[in-house]
Design a protein around this ligand. Structure first.
Ligand SMILES: [Zn+2]
Length: 196
């Protein structure tokens, strides 16, 4: 069980106020002037990118509304599962189903089955970040942190570069926010032409 003491400054009177966050919805109320200036609610869930040492080159991307570590145990026990799935990156989500769908759409061309994707875990994390409008992960496995941070920095720099140039239409979709659906559809067409 985790609880937090949050120290804030009341925007109304400027006094220091303290609130305890524990489970249920919490309102920020100034103990001095009684102004109410915000609230905190438990997150609905998470989108995870999981990796498995025994299955390199694959990532699982899914949602959980429970403890992510518990979810890893469940998917590791799943039928036909080899090795142990671990959290590579965790993104907070207040709309887990909708967010998972955005991620799966973005990763469609790598999809093996349901939430299994044939993609390097860091690549999957980057695509999930993009699909979730550049949301930063709450947590990352330390072994992927440096590679992920470098890739994000490179993308930001590239995006800045393109924004500075006078052809905004040529912006890279991965960092400027073009809808992921528009990116994925042509690739699906390509696949069905090849294998359909
Ligand atoms: Zn106040």
């Amino acid at each position: 069980m985790v609880a937090f003491m949050v120290q804030t400054t009341c925007p109304n009177c400027g006094e220091q106020a303290e609130c305890v966050l524990w489970r249920a919805k919490v309102r920020f109320v100034c103990s001095g002037c009684q102004a109410s200036y915000g609230e905190a609610r438990p997150l609905k869930g998470f989108v995870y990118v999981a990796f498995n040492e025994r299955q390199p080159g694959f990532a699982k991307v899914g949602l959980t509304t429970k403890d992510p570590e518990q979810r890893m145990k469940e998917i590791s026990r799943g039928a036909g599962s080899i090795g142990t799935w671990k959290v590579g990156a965790l993104f907070h989500s207040n709309r887990p189903e909708a967010d998972e769908k955005r991620c799966h759409d973005k990763l469609k061309r790598f999809q093996e089955k349901s939430e299994v994707f044939c993609i390097d875990p860091v690549e999957a994390m980057l695509k999930v970040r993009t699909a979730l409008s550049y949301r930063e992960p709450l947590h990352m496995a330390s072994k992927y942190r440096a590679e992920f941070d470098i890739a994000v920095a490179e993308r930001r720099q590239k995006a800045r570069h393109l924004q500075e140039s006078d052809t905004p239409e040529a912006n890279a979709p991965d960092e400027i926010g073009v809808s992921s659906a528009g990116e994925v559809k042509p690739q699906r067409g390509l696949f069905s032409n090849l294998f359909g």
